[in-house]
Design a protein around this ligand. Structure first.
Ligand SMILES: C[S@@+](CC[C@H](N)C(=O)[O-])C[C@H]1O[C@@H](n2cnc3c(N)ncnc32)[C@H](O)[C@@H]1O
Length: 279
């Protein structure tokens, strides 16, 4: 149910308060899930064997995802907006350097710093406008363009994410492409409601790279990779906006007006439908 999503309840720096940060990191089921997601994300990074790398963990929280990097011999830096989550990471003796920072303001590192980037269950938060001046497409663009610059050419960024709907996913992928990334989505266990997991695998320039295989697809052909579309499509979508007067465009416009406190009719299945000519 959409309303039970943390992203719907409060901005991340408020939702992940002291109580939630402690609860999050003392729940053994949660720890197990985050560890599995992190291991898979690191696998999808396809780092060179036995070479310690320098990795960025975006939305590192209490360091559960970072632990997996440490275990595999990598050095990491974590960025998170919630001070209480970072405090728990310190209490748990996380080995990475921790930075208190809103990813929507961009990634403040020198060009080419990272050999890879992971982010577990965090990116969808950027689709929300929690403050009056927040503009999700602009925040996503700032994030992706600075991230791209901070990564070594030929490296990968893997985001495990929980988009609320297809519009969020489209917004995220459009903005990542606009920033110069290639790649696409890998959907593991697509036929299981519980096990299904989505990973956005992004590549910086360098030699062409193939999208990794999804798990649990049950088919030889990998139908659960969705590579980014061609350049023409990319250019058409480059501004991160939906086509004018399409259903998505109308819904976005209505959401914008609601945020401005204006009275707007509820969305229905008829919103944005094609209408016949007026006589
Ligand atoms: C579900 S937790 C995941 C934490 C960690 N990656 C893990 O696997 O345990 C999501 C994290 O994303 C962080 N987050 C959300 N929005 C953020 C933003 N704009 N900038 C930085 N971190 C953010 C939250 O504070 C929270 O710690």
């Amino acid at each position: 149910m959409a309303s039970s999503r943390p992203e719907r309840q409060a901005p991340p720096e408020i939702y992940y308060n002291e109580e939630e940060a402690k609860k999050y990191t003392s729940n053994s089921r949660m720890i197990e899930i985050q560890q599995q997601l992190s291991e898979r994300a690191v696998e999808l990074l396809a780092l060179p064997d036995d070479v310690p790398c320098f990795i960025l963990d975006v939305g590192c929280g209490s360091g559960l995802s970072g632990e997996c990097l440490t275990e595999q011999g990598h050095t990491w830096v974590g960025v998170d907006i919630s001070r209480p989550m970072l405090d728990v990471a310190v209490e748990r003796s996380a080995e990475g350097d921790l930075i208190h920072e809103d990813m929507g303001y961009g990634i403040p590192f020198r060009p080419g710093t990272f050999d890879g980037v992971i982010s577990i269950s965090a990116l969808q938060w950027l689709c929300n406008a929690d403050k009056k001046f927040h503009n999700p497409p602009k925040r996503l663009h700032k994030f992706f363009s600075t991230l791209y610059a901070s990564m070594a050419r030929g490296s990968r960024a893997v985001f495990q994410l929980y988009p609320e709907n297809s519009r969020q996913l489209e917004l995220i992928t459009q903005q990542s492409m606009k920033a110069g990334f290639t790649g696409g989505l890998v959907v593991d266990y697509p036929n299981s409601t519980k096990a299904k997991k989505m990973y956005l695998c992004l590549f910086t320039g360098g030699a062409p790279q193939q999208l990794p295989q999804a798990l649990g697809t049950g088919t030889e052909r990998n139908e659960n990779q969705i590579a980014f579309s061609d350049k023409r499509e990319r250019l058409r979508n480059a501004r991160g906006k939906s086509l004018k007067r399409s259903r998505d465009w109308i819904i976005e416009k209505k959401e914008r007006r609601r945020r401005q406190g204006k009275q707007v009719r509820a969305d229905t299945k008829y919103t944005g439908r094609k209408r016949g000519p007026k006589f």
